[in-house]
Ligand binder design. Sequence first.
Ligand SMILES: Cc1ncc(COP(=O)(O)O)c(C=O)c1O
Length: 393
Amino acid sequence: MNHQFENRKKMDEFIPFNKIFRGQEEIDAVIQVLKSDCWRGDGPAGREAEAFINEWLGSKYTFLTTSCTHALEMAMMILDIGPGDEVIMPGFTFVSTANAVRTRGAMPVFADIRPLDLMIDPEDVEKKTTSKTKAIVPVHYSGISADFDGLFSVINPSRVTIVEDAAQGVGARWKGRALGTIGEMGCFSFHDTKNFTSGEGGAFLTQCQEIAEKAEWIREKGTNRSAFMRGEVDKYTWISSGSSYIPSDILSAVLMAQLKKKDAIVDARKTVWESYRASLQEAENKGWITLPVIPSYSTSNYHMFYFLTKRKADRNPLLDVLKKAGIDATFHYIPLHNSPYAKKISRGSCTLPATEELAESIIRLPLYPDLATNADKIAGRVSEVIHSYFLNH
Ligand SMILES: Cc1ncc(COP(=O)(O)O)c(C=O)c1O
């Protein structure tokens, strides 16, 4: 076999970690907006996507945003938190959860996660709650729900607000209720690593009219321009602090095209997720790895497939052999409580044993709709690599 052919074969077999699910629909939708006179935000495509999300998820108010990061920032502005206030969140999350708090001058307080599902641990939330706690931000990791019953049992709702970081949880549910609609506020991501994407993008959800009114001002540079556009006031003016969080209708059209295919996207992701789960069962039975579980109260959107190596020391070498076999598996968050910035701003040291252990044991596998047609074959390949690794270590 010549080198060129060998390299070509390797490329053909390489399974990237993520691939956008795209079709002619997204292209047509963008062209339609480009041909129109409304490229700005809150035009027909944006309004259609917001109405679609409200109907689909049973939400009263949805506002598209430029990212989940920005939706989280909106939530913290609405809470009007500042220096002296604390917000509890898992240490195992993306920086945006913490930055939204920190940019207001308030303090992110990191709680541990549960080994069972990598969700924030309600017992640790209770321990970390003080008179300064203004909010808690559960992160719905991997497209399943955090344990709301556990959280409701340890927080005082008249003092502490729940802001859901549902960046990964769009379309997933807790006891039938859509993630993002259970806390006072919910935040979605439509980044291109997520189930439904406009490249960059997000949404802010609330079920409370008073919060919705503030969200509308904050998102529109602190003005009541939205009310003016609806003809409810004869001029618009500066009425609150705010910023510019409205996505262009060009992006909203892409999102809308993706949302119309939501069932096909989730079904295909589910096929891949279940193939991995079935193929790796034997490796779990042999005691090498731990597979994910979907708690009975949660419906998954199959955003992510991860597993944990029983011994931390096996994680990086196993990632290497998977990559060599053409599977672009990867780790995930570096815990925030141990990050250089957290150490600089926090008053004391923080230890989160489960977070530290799991962050060094996790392996995420490629998961996207295009893999569905070959799901069993790819899952079988992953299983072979895992077997061959553990039989030799
Ligand atoms: C838990 C979590 N929160 C927030 C974000 C930020 O989302 P965005 O990229 O839309 O700002 C991410 C992104 O991956 C995330 O995983």
